[in-house]
Design a protein around this ligand. Sequence first.
Ligand SMILES: [Zn+2]
Ligand SMILES: [Zn+2]
Length: 128
Amino acid sequence: MSSAFDLVCLSHDPGISVRMITDSAEVRTLDGAHEWMRSRTQHEACDVVIVRVSGGPVEVICPPSGCSAHSNSVVRVDVPWLRLLWAAQQCDKNTPAGRAAEQAASCWSTTRLHRLRHELDVVRLESP
Ligand SMILES: [Zn+2]
Ligand SMILES: [Zn+2]
């Protein structure tokens, strides 16, 4: 299945897809997504991540811009892994899962993952 790339702005809660309001209807390549990031005229000062979509969201790509944790590199993580991290972040900090979440978080803070909740489809995992 071919993939496309969405751009999600995490400066808003919940994060909003900004691909929908770009002129190009669809971003087909990762290069295209990075190019959009560099030349964007909307959400310029925002925390924007790239989401690879193939059927559903499969991977989240954090570019250097807007992320203070890794100014020169790109961080790519699979959506299932972020779901696990999100779940571990719901645990008390004194539990093994809570401690592991702190160590594994990198730039994926609880705030950012909460804003990504719809892309990660973790809303359904939340306790009633
Ligand atoms: Zn924004
Ligand atoms: Zn990052």
